[in-house]
Design a protein around this ligand. Structure first.
Ligand code: HEM
Length: 559
């Protein structure tokens, strides 16, 4: 169907594409250049990255031998306000992922959309996405969540990396990377995540024994595990970030923590409509939507503030006793302690970033875990394969969680496969810093371009049998789809698994999230057999993150 992926080299020296307006960075320099199809503008040279199918290196020209203009990109209607009304009327905010999938089917692999104040170009093929990321520059930029930024500005809070750009972003980000992304940091926090995952499983085993059916030692319990998974994710985040256990697996978890979970839920649910409306105007007219959103953020901030204060006092007293803070007497005290010890970020910036990580770290891991338990439950053969690998690896690892994960690559593939089918963030956005050509259309620098992960993950052009849950597809050199070749180095290799984003701006919590989810699945698979009563697909809803419409029920049977 999509035959528009014509590879073209067109010299446009002095033609319309030169000197195009760059909405972010001013005007693109008027220099002679060539363009490659799905290709970056390259100064005076032709980039011969891909050869034609016959290996001759000769590229096919577009139908009429020219790069098409930006205006020619298929679009979903020119009036942003008419589209906004349609979105409201048809409830598309909550079904944005399905709307995107449908629109690609109708318009082909690239389209423009104008909704309210937002203008985007949407793409979904790995080779096109790779082109976008090649042009992201040293300070990659996503579309700003203006509502979040307005909250920080009106409450005089500092912004963390999520909301910053340019050199300011990079300075903070390099400091955070040392504490959450680098392998030395992972080694430090992995035992904390493992401890929480084990405690969760113990809590679940007790619950199954207490409330389950069947003979003793083999009991089964059918539950919606989502409230427990949210508690797990919050407990894990607090342990890694503040170095503090907050006792959420006890029989009476604190109301304060439950309020935090509700606040994050409310903040996420009120964000999508605010993407298309000017928050300052809503603030001015006292719109209830804005008030709900800002109040949810206030609750998130006060939860984080209380914990950071406590952490600060604890760490200051340790410091005054003369120990090294981050390692308080040899003991790791979490990301907060590490950042304080290093002293490279001001306390204000530490607060801003820790609060962002708290807000970004709970639902994003709790929700994929729900999907993972469901898919493993409805695919018993896959579940057994993963369990066998996990068991063997666990037996070899002698209790070392890092070794155990390294020996069970299917766990990692399971997470990748879950995020392919249910990407938490349904798009990753960038503003290319130079003019690019995608699908033979000219895209000026500074255009908001979205890589649409949900439609890509479910496209037969990109993945074989895309509806099938098959972690094994990530493990070998399998060639996947017509357009998404795997490890064979073909088109778009490396750009099919983008749930955590890409490059320097990718998710800063990625290592925490991956390890947290893998460890929990590992301990669950060692303790329980999972099953589901219905193998029907789960209905999904978009509330800034992709969620099940109704959380699935899972049967946990003790092994
Ligand atoms: C499965 C879990 C998660 C997924 C799928 C996910 C996904 C993403 C994505 C797609 C981005 C944008 C990346 C880009 O623009 O290239 C992002 C950014 C971010 N995420 Fe996550 N995330 C997850 C968990 C977490 C966790 C656990 C934390 C905190 C500990 C976190 C904190 C952040 C922050 C602060 C950013 C902004 C980074 C920056 O702009 O430099 N995320 N995440």
């Amino acid at each position: 169907m999509w035959t528009m992926s014509v590879q073209v080299i067109v010299c446009v020296r002095g033609q319309g594409t030169c000197g195009s307006r760059n909405v972010l960075f001013g005007v693109v320099p008027q220099r002679g250049f060539c363009m490659t199809a799905a290709g970056t503008v390259i100064d005076g040279k032709v980039e011969a990255r891909r050869k034609g199918k016959d290996g001759s290196g000769v590229r096919k020209r577009g139908v009429d031998g020219r790069v098409r203009s930006f205006e020619e990109i298929p679009n979903t209607g020119r009036s942003g306000w008419v589209n906004l009304v349609k979105f409201w009327r048809e409830g598309r905010f909550r079904q944005l992922h399905k709307h995107m999938e449908r629109t690609f089917k109708n318009l082909g692999p690239i389209y423009r959309e104008h909704v309210g104040t937002q203008n985007t170009v949407n793409i979904m093929l790995p080779s096109d996405i790779s082109e976008l990321f090649r042009s992201e520059g040293l300070h990659p930029q996503r579309m700003t969540l203006q509502a979040w930024a307005t909250h920080r500005e009106t409450r005089q809070h500092s912004k963390g990396v999520f909301l910053k750009n340019g050199e300011e972003w990079r300075t903070d980000r390099l400091q955070l990377n040392k504490e959450v992304m680098m392998s030395t940091a992972v080694k430090r926090f992995l035992p904390l995540l493992d401890e929480v995952a084990r405690d969760f499983c113990q809590m679940l085993r007790d619950k199954v024994e207490r409330e389950g059916k069947g003979e003793e030692g083999r009991r089964s319990l059918n539950i919606d595990p989502s409230p427990d998974l949210f508690r797990f994710a919050l407990e894990a985040s607090c342990h890694v970030l503040y170095g503090e256990r907050i006792g959420l697996f006890s029989s009476s978890p604190s109301l304060e923590s439950q309020k935090f979970i509700w606040a994050v839920e409310r903040m996420l649910a009120t964000t999508p409509p605010l993407l298309y409306l000017p928050p300052r105007l809503l603030l001015l007219i006292g719109a209830p939507l804005w008030t709900q959103h800002a109040t949810a953020w206030d609750n998130i901030f006060s939860h984080a503030e209380a914990r950071i204060q406590r952490g600060y006092q604890r760490l200051s007293s340790t410091l005054s006793r003369g120990s090294t803070v981050g390692a308080a007497g040899g003991q790791y005290t979490g990301v907060l302690g590490q950042l304080m010890e290093k002293g490279q970020l001001s306390l204000d910036l530490i607060k801003a970033n820790i609060t962002e990580m708290m807000a970004g770290g709970v639902d994003t891991t709790a929700v994929p875990l729900q999907f993972a338990l469901f898919e493993l439950g409805r695919n018993p053969e896959v579940q057994e394969r993963v369990r066998q690998q996990v068991k063997a690896s666990w037996a070899q690892a002698g209790g070392d969680p890092q070794k155990a994960l390294q020996g069970a690559p299917l766990l990692k593939s399971t997470i990748k496969e879950i995020l392919r089918l249910y990407p938490v963030g349904i798009t990753v956005q960038r503003y290319p810093i130079r003019d690019i050509v995608i699908q033979n259309y000219h895209i000026p620098a500074g255009t908001a371009v979205q890589a649409c992960l949900y439609p890509m993950g479910r496209s037969a052009e990109v993945f074989n049998d895309p509806q099938r849950f098959d972690p094994g597809r990530w493990g070998d050199n399998r060639v996947e789809g017509k357009r998404g070749r795997g490890a064979d180095g073909g088109e778009g290799a490396g750009f099919r698994s983008l749930a955590f984003g890409f490059g320097a701006r990718q998710c800063v919590g990625r290592r925490i999230a991956e390890n947290e989810m893998q460890l929990l699945l590992m301990h669950i698979l060692l303790s329980f057999r999972l099953s589901v009563s219905s193998t029907e697909d789960i209905d999904t809803t978009f509330t800034l993150i992709l969620q099940p419409h109704t959380p699935p029920r899972i049967t946990f049977t003790k092994l």
